[in-house]
Design a protein around this ligand. Structure first.
Ligand code: XMP
Length: 512
C-alpha cells in the first residue's frame, strides 16, 4: 500500500493513477489528515504531492514528521521535494528563475529511481512547474539530476530510501514518469504489483456500503458508460436499496435506449424506472435554435422529470453520479476563476442541493479508460463499455438551427450508418468520438433524373485523450466516400455530405 499525501496539486490524482498502473494499491489523503491516514493505512511507501503553497514560508503545509522516522521509502514531488528538504534540514528559497513547462534534466548520477530508465550523462524531457527551489541539501542527500533552473532537480538519500524530484513525473509530458514511479513502488519499496481493478471493485463496494448504510439511493442513468458503470457498482454493493431512473429525452442515438433498458432489467436485474419523456422534451425544443437555450431547456426539464419520478418512489437519501476525475478537476480549476462559459454542460448539476440529497460518486478517482476497465470487470459487454462519449443534451446539439422531430429522425439514421461504417472499417476504437451533424442548410442535388433539395450532413471524428483538446481524425478518402454514399442513398432528406477538419481548439468537438 502506498499513501499519497496531497498538498493541493491539480494533478495528485495522476500520481494515484500511475501507482495503480504499476499494479499497486494507493490512497490519497489531504495533508491535514495525513497523520490519521498514515496510522490507519500503515503504508509501505509514501509519496508527497506537489502543491500551490511556498515551502519557503512559515505556516505552509508540512508532512507529518513521523513518516521520516518510520523507515518507509518516501518520494517527494515538487512541493513534496521542497517540504521534505525544509523538514530534514535543507534549505528552500523563492527563486527569481521560475520554471514552467518543458525542461531538460541531465542525469548527474545513477540511482535506484532511474534504474533501467535513465543513465548517467543522459538528458531527458521533464515537465516543471514551480517558483521555489531547493538551495541546500539535507544531510545524507546527494544530487542525481539537474536542470537549467534547478540545481537540485533530482536528489536522493539511498540509505533511508528518500527520493525527491522538482519535476512532475506524474504528468503526461514527462514521458518516462510512469517507469520512474514504477521503480519507486516496485523496486525501491518492494511492492509486488498484483493490485488490479478487481481489488478496486471490492474496495469501492465496501466504501459504498459504509457511506450509505441503510439509506436509499437513486441514480440518474443517462445511457452513457459512466453512469451505467457507477450504477452497476452501487447495485453490487447495496442491491435493492438502489433504484435507477432513466430519463429518456428522445435525443439518444439509434437503439441506445432499448440497449440500456435490456442491460439493466434483463441482464443485471437492477430496479429501473424508464421514463419516456421524449414528447415533453421535443415539444419544448421544437423550433428553438439558440445552443445555450437548448441546453438550458434540456437541463431544466431533466431536473423536473427526475424530481417527479423520485417523488413517486417516495424520495431517497442519496443521489448516485458517475462523476469522473477529469470532471472534478475541470470544475475545481475553473471555480472562482474569471472563466467564461463556452457551453453550459448538462449533467444533473443543481439536483443534489434542490432535493437535499447526499452524493455517492464511486468513480471520482478514476479516468475514462479506467472506468472502462472497471465496467468490463463488472461484466458489462465490451460493445457497451467501449462506446464513444455522448453529450448529455444528445442529438439536440447536433442539429444546429430549429429542432424538429423529422430532423432528429434524419440525423439519427445518418449517424447510425456512419458509425456502422466506422465499425466495419475497424476504426471505432482508434477514434475518441465520431458522429453526424445535420446542418440547417438545404442544397440542390440530382438523384435519378430528378432534382433534389435536401439537407447537408456533416461528419465529425476526433482523436483525443480527455476531450479537452482534440484533432480531427485523418480518414482515408475512400472511407469517407463510402460513408457519404451510403448516407445519401439510404437517408431520405440528405443529399450532400461534408467532413469537418477542425481541431479543438479553435473548434469544439460538438458543433453547439
Ligand atoms: P466540446 O464540444 O466542449 O466537448 O469540445 C467536449 C466533450 O464533452 C462532451 N460534451 C458534454 N458532455 N454534457 C456532457 O455530459 C454536456 O452538456 C456536454 N457538451 C459536450 C462532448 O461530447 C465531448 O466529449
Amino acid at each position: 500500500r502506498v499513501l499519497i499525501i496531497d498538498f493541493g496539486s491539480q494533478v495528485t490524482q495522476l500520481i494515484a493513477r500511475r501507482v495503480r498502473e504499476a499494479g499497486v494499491y494507493c490512497e490519497i489523503v489531504p495533508f491535514d489528515r495525513a497523520p490519521e491516514g498514515f496510522a490507519r493505512l500503515e503504508p509501505q511507501a509514501v509519496i508527497l504531492s506537489g502543491g500551490p503553497a511556498s515551502a519557503a514560508e512559515m505556516g505552509t503545509p508540512r508532512a507529518p514528521q513521523e513518516i521520516f522516522e518510520a523507515g518507509v521509502p518516501i518520494l517527494g514531488i515538487c512541493y513534496g521535494e521542497q517540504t521534505m528538504c525544509a523538514q530534514l534540514g535543507g534549505g528552500v528559497e523563492p527563486s527569481d528563475h521560475r520554471e514552467f513547462g518543458r525542461a531538460y534534466l541531465t542525469v548527474e548520477d545513477d540511482c535506484p529511481l532511474f534504474e533501467g530508465v535513465w543513465a548517467k550523462g543522459e538528458r531527458h524531457e521533464v515537465w516543471m512547474s514551480h517558483g521555489d527551489r531547493v538551495t541546500a541539501l539535507p544531510p545524507g542527500f546527494r544530487v542525481v539530476g539537474v536542470s537549467d533552473g534547478s540545481p537540485f532537480a533530482a536528489i536522493c538519500d539511498e540509505s533511508r530510501r528518500f527520493y525527491a524530484v522538482q519535476f512532475h513525473l506524474e504528468v503526461f509530458h514527462t514521458p518516462d514518469g510512469p517507469r520512474l514511479i514504477e521503480n519507486f513502488v516496485r523496486k525501491i519499496a518492494g511492492l509486488t504489483g498484483d493490485w488490479s481493478m478487481a481489488a478496486f471493485r471490492e474496495e469501492a463496494t465496501r466504501r459504498i456500503r459504509e457511506q450509505v448504510g441503510q439509506g436509499r439511493v437513486i441514480s440518474g442513468l443517462s445511457g452513457g458508460v459512466d453512469s451505467s458503470v457507477a450504477s452497476v457498482l452501487i447495485h453490487e454493493a447495496i442491491g435493492e436499496q438502489l433504484t435507477c431512473i432513466f430519463v429518456d429525452h428522445g435525443l439518444l442515438r439509434q437503439g441506445e435506449a432499448e440497449q440500456v433498458v435490456t442491460l439493466f432489467r434483463d441482464h443485471y436485474n437492477i430496479p429501473l424506472v424508464h421514463v419516456d419523456a421524449a414528447d415533453r422534451f421535443i415539444s419544448e425544443l421544437e423550433g428553438k435554435s439558440d445552443p445555450e437555450e437548448k441546453r438550458k431547456i434540456i437541463g431544466r426539464l431533466f431536473i423536473e422529470v427526475f424530481e417527479e419520478e423520485a417523488a413517486k418512489l417516495g424520495g431517497a437519501d442519496f443521489l448516485a453520479q458517475g462523476t469522473l476525475y477529469p470532471d472534478v478537476i475541470e470544475s475545481v480549476s475553473f471555480s472562482g476563476g474569471p472563466s467564461v462559459t463556452i457551453k453550459s454542460h448538462h449533467n444533473v448539476g443543481g439536483l443534489p442541493e434542490r432535493m437535499k440529497l447526499r452524493l455517492v460518486e464511486p468513480l471520482r478517482e478514476l479516468f475514462k479508460d479506467e472506468v472502462r476497465v472497471l465496467g468490463r470487470e463488472l461484466g458489462l459487454p465490451d460493445s457497451f463499455v467501449g462506446r464513444h462519449p455522448f453529450p448529455g443534451p444528445g442529438l439536440a446539439i447536433r442539429c444546429p438551427g430549429g429542432i424538429t422531430r423529422e430532423k432528429l429522425q434524419i440525423l439519427r439514421k445518418a449517424d447510425a450508418i456512419y458509425l456502422d461504417e466506422i465499425r466495419k472499417a475497424g476504426l471505432y476504437d482508434a477514434i475518441w468520438q465520431a458522429f453526424a451533424v445535420l446542418l440547417p442548410v438545404q442544397t440542390v442535388g440530382v438523384m435519378g433524373d430528378s432534382r433534389t433539395y435536401e439537407y447537408v450532413c456533416a461528419l465529425r471524428a476526433v482523436t483525443s485523450t480527455d476531450g479537452m483538446t482534440a484533432d480531427f481524425y485523418h480518414f482515408d478518402m475512400s472511407f469517407l466516400g463510402r460513408a457519404a454514399n451510403r448516407i445519401v442513398n439510404e437517408v431520405k432528406g440528405i443529399n450532400r455530405v461534408v467532413y469537418d477538419v477542425t481541431s479543438k481548439p479553435p473548434g469544439t468537438i460538438e458543433w453547439e
